[in-house]
Design a protein around this ligand. Sequence first.
Ligand code: ATP
Ligand code: MG
Length: 181
Amino acid sequence: MVYLKAIEANGFKSFADKVDIKFDSGVTAVVGPNGSGKSNITDAIRWVLGEQSARTIRGVKMEDVIFSGTDTRSEMNAATVKLKLDNQSGMFAVNNDEVIITRKLFRSGDSEYYINNERSKLKEIHELFLDSGLGRNAYNIISQGEVDTLLKARPEERRTLIEEAAGVMKYKLRRKESEKR
Ligand code: ATP
Ligand code: MG
């Protein structure tokens, strides 16, 4: 089973100092006072998987993910998140028993993605996750209100979810692309 091994964040939201949060393969509960950064962890996961909507991760513009400073500490120039996933099952099509996805955003607006430390395109990250049931649009992060969305979804929307879970999305996207040419 693929599982999340660790998240490293630096300059992302409240994580001004570099944090390395390690997970085991079982169930993990994150506890802490209000405003201590629990939701920022799930925001970091969504973000590194390629989230393009600032609103989904509770911001107004994408720059809002970069540490904005406090009374005693100045703002940072970039946010970096690294996600380490176990790949001993070989589910991800990389030649390694670990997959490391990195996203970095600079205040200038420049954005970088890496797969196992190799500079990559956002599209490659999407492809890596398409048939895995993980990824930006997959229902592996369920936030407040999303259960309702799922229950109230129209049949076509629900079909998309099932297709994603069944792993046919990749082929549909490829067909769409080839039809464009
Ligand atoms: P709750 O229990 O209320 O859900 P939480 O633990 O989920 O709280 P978060 O929402 O993860 O808390 O963290 C919110 C904190 O993150 C706030 O203190 C906010 O100021 C801080 N924060 C968010 N974005 C940034 C940023 N860009 N720079 C600095 N701090 C930030
Ligand atoms: Mg929260």
